[in-house]
Design a protein around this ligand. Structure first.
Ligand code: NAP
Length: 314
C-alpha cells in the first residue's frame, strides 16, 4: 500500500474541498485523504499531515507522523497544543500571500494617509472641509515584524514613497527600512511612526505587546493597522487611546475572538474600521504549489522543510 498523506482540518466543507482539489492537482502522485476517511492502516503509516485548525486528538492519532504542513501562516494555536516531542510543524510561507498582505497594507495605509475615515464622517454630517494633504514622504510607517509578510509590506509601502521603520526580535538590515529591535527599539519605533502596522506572530512574548504604555508611546494622532492576531493588541487599552484622541484611527482585521462578538464596542466605534480577517487569505492554488514543493523535496531527500521553533513560538 502506498503511503497516504492525512488532511486534518476543522474548516468549512467547501473550503476543505477547495484545498483537496488544489492539493490533488499539485501532487498527482500522492494520495491525500481527510483524517475522518482514513483507514486504521493509513493512520498508522502516515508520515505527513496537512493541517488547518486540526483537532489535536486527530493529530495524536497519527503515531508515525514526521512533520505537519500548516495551511496557515500563523501557527499559534498549533504551537500551544503541541506535545514536546511532537512532529515538526512547517508553516505556510507563500509569496502570493506576502504579495496579498503587502497590497492590503498599502491599501489601508493610503486609506489613513488620505484621511478617508475623517471624510466619511464629514459626509455623514454634510461637512465641506478640506483637510491638509500629507505627502507619503512626510509620513513614517512602522512595521512590527520583519518576516515573510512584514518585509514584503515594508518594500511595497516604501515603493509608494513612505518612510519605513521596522521592528523585529533579532537585529536586521533591510534596504530602505530604519530597523529597530528589542524593547527599547520598540518604543523608539513607535515614537516616530505615523502609522503602525502589526505583523508579528502571536507568541508568549507578543501577546498584549501593544498595551497602554506602548500605545501611549505612539505619536499623538498616529493610527494602527493590526493584520496579525487580535491578542497582540490590548483591546481596552486601544479603545482608551482612541477615546482620548491620542490615536486617530485603528484598522483591525483580527480580534481576540473571531467572528468579532456582536456586543463589541469596536463594531460601532467611529475611529475603528472592522475587517473580517481578510487581509491575506490563503490562495488554494499557490499554497498547494508551495506544499507540493515541500513534499517533493522531502520524498526526494528525506530532509524536512524548515520548521517552526516551538520554544520561540513561531
Ligand atoms: P514570520 O516570517 O515568522 O515573521 C515574524 C516576524 O516577527 C519576524 O521578523 C520576527 O523577528 C518578528 N517577531 C517575532 N516575535 C517577535 C518579538 N517577540 N519581538 C519582535 N519581533 C518579533 O511570520 P509572517 O509569515 O511574516 O507572518 C506574521 C503573522 O501574520 C502570522 O504569524 C499570522 O499571525 C499573521 N497573518 C495574518 C493574516 C491575515 O489574513 N490577517 C494572514 C497571514 C498571516 P525575527 O525576524 O527576528 O525572527
Amino acid at each position: 500500500m502506498s503511503e497516504t498523506i492525512a488532511l486534518v482540518s476543522d474548516i468549512h466543507a467547501e473550503q476543505e474541498a477547495g484545498y483537496l482539489s488544489a492539493l490533488a492537482a499539485a501532487l498527482p502522485n500522492e494520495t491525500i485523504v481527510p483524517f475522518r476517511s482514513m483507514s486504521a492502516e493509513q493512520r498508522a503509516h502516515a508520515r505527513i499531515a496537512i493541517v488547518a485548525n486540526p483537532n489535536p486528538a486527530d493529530v495524536a492519532a497519527l503515531p508515525n507522523l514526521v512533520w505537519v504542513q500548516s495551511l496557515w501562516a500563523g501557527v499559534e494555536q498549533l504551537v500551544a497544543a503541541w506535545p514536546a516531542a511532537g512532529p515538526q510543524i512547517v508553516r505556510l510561507v507563500d509569496e502570493e500571500m506576502s504579495r496579498t498582505m503587502a497590497e492590503a497594507v498599502l491599501a489601508w495605509t493610503y486609506y489613513l494617509q488620505r484621511d478617508m475615515p475623517a471624510y466619511a464622517r464629514q459626509q455623514r454630517d454634510c461637512v465641506w472641509y478640506q483637510r491638509a494633504y500629507r505627502k507619503p514622504s512626510a509620513m513614517t510607517v512602522g512595521v512590527l515584524g520583519l518576516g515573510a509578510l512584514g518585509t514584503a509590506a515594508a518594500a511595497r509601502v516604501a515603493h509608494a514613497g513612505f518612510k519605513i521603520a521596522g521592528w523585529s526580535r533579532s537585529a536586521k538590515e533591510v534596504p530602505e527600512v530604519a530597523t529597530f529591535s528589542g524593547d527599547d527599539g520598540l518604543i523608539d519605533m513607535l515614537r516616530i511612526s505615523d502609522i503602525v502596522v502589526c505583523l508579528v506572530p502571536l507568541t508568549v512574548h507578543t501577546r498584549s505587546l501593544l498595551n497602554a504604555e506602548r500605545l501611549t508611546a505612539m505619536k499623538p494622532g498616529a493610527a494602527l493597522i493590526n493584520f496579525s492576531r487580535g491578542p497582540v493588541v490590548v483591546t481596552n487599552h486601544l479603545l482608551a487611546a482612541l477615546d482620548s484622541g491620542h490615536l486617530s484611527h485603528a484598522v483591525l482585521d483580527v480580534f481576540d475572538e473571531e467572528p468579532l462578538v456582536p456586543g463589541s464596542r469596536l463594531w460601532r466605534h467611529p475611529q475603528v474600521t472592522v475587517l473580517p480577517h481578510i487581509s491575506a487569505p490563503t490562495d488554494f492554488k499557490t499554497a498547494a504549489a508551495v506544499i507540493a514543493t515541500n513534499i517533493a523535496a522531502y520524498r526526494a531527500t528525506g530532509c524536512l522543510p524548515c520548521g517552526v521553533n516551538i520554544a520561540r513560538g513561531y
